[in-house]
Design a protein around this ligand. Structure first.
Ligand code: SER
Length: 587
C-alpha cells in the first residue's frame, strides 16, 4: 500500500477523478445553505441535492471534491479508533452520467492501482433487496469481474446497504461499501462487515441514487440515475500507513504531541479532546461563522467545547491546553482551508470566552451542588434536582455524578433521564416544526420562497438606498423565509412597508426568472450577487429577475414572479451585531 499523507491522498484522489472528466468543486460551508433539514453538512452529496434531483450543474455531470463534514450522531463512539465528529470526505459524483459498473471500475482502479491496496485486502457489501428495491446483482457482478473473490462480497440488508436521504426527504438509493480487511481472525462463522469486531474497516461508499424519498417515507424514481461516493480521508490515511487509529495520522500529530507532553495517561480522553477541538476549530472558522449559543449549530458547538473542557479536567489538564491544541489545528489546516487561517483570531477568542463561561458555570454549579447537599435525604439526590442543575445552571450530569460519588451520595439517574426525555420530547416537537421542508423537499413552495429571497435583497438595497447590503444567511422552510443581511439599525415601519410594496410590485408585473451559466469572473463583472461556497468555481449559475436582481445561486426557482402571491414581512429584528433578520411569507 502507498503510505500517503492526508495532503497527498487529497491530491491523488482529486487528480484521479479530474483526469477522468470530473470537475473539482470547493468544499461547501459546514452550515447548509437554505436547508433546515439538517444542522450540518454531513456528506459531500448534501450541497448537491438540487443537482441530484435534476437541476443542471454549471460544471457538468461529473464532479469531485473534498468536503468538510460534521456528524454528531456517533459522538459516544468518539474516542475509539475510528470515529470523529469532524472528518473530510473525498467524493465523486455522476449526475445522470455513468452508473454502477463505471463507478465500481473507478473505485477499483483507484484503490488497487493508485493506492496499491492488494485485491485480497478488500471486502465489499451489496444491497440484498427488499419489497421496494431489487437485490443489487449488477454491483455484485461488477466486483466479481474485477477479481474480488465471492467469499469477500456480502449481501446485506437495507440497514447496512442503503444511503440517504440526508434529512427527512430527498435522494437516496442502494449502496455498495468498500472495506479493508484487517490482519485479524474472523470473530465467528458469521463474521462480516455487518459486525463491529474490527476485522472490517469501511473506507468508501458508492451510493447509487435512483430514488427520491418523500417525507412520508415513500419512494419514487428520480429523474436521473446518479452516483454519489464518499471516502473517509482520515480512515483511509490510517489504513494506508498501517496505523491502528485515525488519531495517529499526520493532521493530529502536532496537537497530540502537545497533549502527550502534558499528560501520559488517558488515551481515550485525549482522543475526545482532539476530536472535539478539531470540530470546534472548523465550526468557529467556517465562512458562515458559528459561535457558541443555546440553539441549533451554536448549541452543538457549545456542547463540544464544554465536553472537551470536562474531559480535560478529568485527566487534570488545564483548559489553557485546549487553546494550544486549536492553534496546532489552525496551523495544520490553514493552508488547505483558507477560512481557518483567516479566522484564526476569532476562533481563539471565541474559544477562550466559552471556556471562561463554562468554568464560571462549573463554579456556580459546584455552589448549587453544595446547597443541594443540605436538603438531601438518605444520601440520595433526586432526578429532578440533578436535572435542575443541568437545565438551569448548565451543569453536566457527568459532573453531578462525579461530585455525588465524592460525597458518598447516589443520584436517581432514571429520574434524571425521565426529566431529560420529557424536556427532549418538548423541544423535539419544536424542532420538527422548525425542520419541516428544506432543500431536499424541493417543493414548489420552497422554490417560490427562494425566489422571494432574491427579491427581498434587491428591495432592501433599493429602499434603504445601500448597495453594500448583502445576504449574510438564509433559511427556508415550506412556510416562511428567513433572511439575514448587514444593516446597522432596525427598519422603520415605513421602510418595511416600502420593501413589501416594491416586491409586490415586481410580483404584479409578472417578470420572468431566467438562468444563465458563466464564469465566476463574468458573473462578478455583470454585478451578480455572490453566494457562499461557490467562490472558487470556474462556472456558476446566475439567476436574473428582469433587471431587478442578478444572483449567483444553485436554484431552484420559479419561472415568473406572477407565481408568488403576496409578499409579507412577519418580523424584522436584530440577529447579531450589525446583522438584521427578516422573516417573511408569501400569502
Ligand atoms: N453520501 C454517502 C455517504 O455519506 C456517500 O458519499 O456515505
Amino acid at each position: 500500500m502507498k503510505k500517503l499523507s492526508s495532503k497527498e491522498l487529497r491530491k491523488e484522489y482529486l487528480d484521479f477523478f479530474k483526469q477522468r472528466g470530473h470537475k473539482e468543486i470547493p468544499s461547501a460551508s459546514l452550515i447548509p445553505d437554505n436547508d433546515p433539514t439538517v444542522l450540518f453538512t454531513t456528506a459531500g452529496m448534501h450541497p448537491l441535492v438540487p443537482y441530484l434531483l435534476g437541476e443542471s450543474h454549471p460544471l457538468g455531470k461529473r464532479l469531485t471534491n473534498c468536503q468538510k463534514c460534521v456528524r454528531t450522531g456517533d459522538i459516544d463512539k468518539v474516542g475509539d479508533s475510528s470515529h470523529c465528529t469532524f472528518f473530510e470526505m473525498l467524493g465523486n459524483w455522476s449526475l445522470g452520467d455513468y452508473f454502477k459498473e463505471e463507478s465500481i471500475s473507478y473505485s477499483f482502479e483507484f484503490l488497487t492501482k493508485v493506492l496499491e491496496i492488494p485485491v485480497e485486502k478488500l471486502a465489499i457489501t451489496c444491497f440484498e433487496g427488499d419489497e421496494n428495491a431489487p437485490k443489487d446483482e449488477i454491483s455484485y457482478n461488477a466486483w466479481l469481474k474485477k477479481g474480488i473473490k465471492k467469499e469477500n462480497i456480502y449481501f446485506l440488508s437495507k440497514e447496512h446497504n442503503w444511503w440517504g436521504p440526508a434529512g427527512n426527504a430527498g435522494p437516496c438509493g442502494p449502496d455498495t461499501e468498500i472495506f479493508i480487511i484487517a490482519d485479524k481472525e474472523p470473530c465467528s462463522k458469521e463474521c462480516s462487515p455487518a459486525c463491529d469486531c474490527g476485522r472490517f474497516l469501511e473506507i468508501w461508499n458508492n451510493v447509487f441514487m435512483e430514488y427520491d424519498q418523500s417525507s412520508d417515507g415513500s419512494l419514487k424514481p428520480l429523474k436521473q440515475k446518479n452516483v454519489d461516493t464518499g471516502m473517509g480521508l482520515e480512515r483511509t490515511v490510517a489504513v494506508l500507513n498501517g496505523y491502528d487509529t485515525v488519531y495517529q495520522i499526520d493532521v493530529f500529530k502536532k496537537a497530540k504531541e502537545i497533549l502527550d507532553a502534558k499528560e501520559k495517561e488517558g488515551e481515550k480522553q485525549k482522543r475526545i479532546i482532539l476530536d472535539h477541538m478539531r470540530t470546534a476549530v472548523f465550526l468557529l472558522g467556517d465562512i458562515k461563522g458559528v459561535t457558541p449559543s443555546n440553539v441549533d449549530q451554536g448549541y452543538v458547538l457549545r456542547r463540544l467545547i464544554r465536553r472537551a473542557v470536562r474531559f480535560a479536567r478529568l485527566i487534570e489538564l488545564d483548559s489553557e491546553v485546549l487553546l494550544e491544541i486549536c492553534q496546532a489545528f489552525i496551523d495544520e489546516y490553514g493552508e488547505v482551508y483558507e477560512d481557518i487561517s483567516q479566522n484564526r483570531e476569532k476562533i481563539l477568542s471565541e474559544l477562550g470566552m466559552e471556556i471562561l463561561r463554562f468554568n464560571k458555570t462549573i463554579e456556580q454549579g459546584l455552589k448549587e451542588f453544595e446547597k443541594l447537599l443540605k436538603y438531601i435525604k438518605d444520601n440520595r439526590m433526586s432526578g429532578k434536582a440533578a436535572f435542575r442543575l443541568y437545565d438551569t445552571f448548565g451543569f453536566p450530569i457527568e459532573m453531578t455524578l462525579e461530585l455525588a460519588k465524592d460525597h458518598g451520595v447516589s443520584v436517581d439517574i432514571e429520574g434524571f433521564e425521565r426529566a431529560f426525555e420529557e424536556h427532549q420530547r418538548k423541544s423535539k416537537i419544536g424542532s420538527e416544526q422548525k425542520f419541516k421542508g428544506g432543500l431536499a423537499e424541493n417543493t414548489e413552495r420552497t422554490a417560490r420562497l427562494h425566489t422571494a429571497t432574491h427579491l427581498l435583497l434587491c428591495a432592501l438595497k433599493k429602499v434603504l438606498n445601500d448597495q453594500n447590503i448583502h445576504q449574510k444567511g438564509s433559511n427556508i422552510t415550506a412556510e416562511r423565509l428567513r433572511f439575514d443581511f448587514n444593516f446597522p439599525r432596525a427598519l422603520t415601519e415605513q421602510e418595511k412597508n416600502m420593501v413589501e410594496d416594491y416586491i409586490n410590485g415586481i410580483i404584479k408585473e409578472g417578470v420572468d426568472v431566467t438562468q444563465e451559466e458563466m464564469s465566476l469572473k463574468e458573473a462578478m463583472d455583470a454585478g451578480a450577487e455572490g453566494v457562499f461556497g461557490d467562490r472558487y468555481q470556474d462556472k456558476v449559475k446566475v439567476y436574473s429577475i428582469g433587471d431587478y436582481s442578478k444572483e449567483i445561486c444553485g436554484g431552484p426557482h420559479i419561472k415568473n414572479t406572477s407565481e408568488l402571491g403576496t409578499f409579507k414581512i412577519i418580523k424584522e429584528q436584530s440577529s447579531s451585531s450589525g446583522i438584521r433578520r427578516i422573516r417573511a411569507i408569501l400569502e
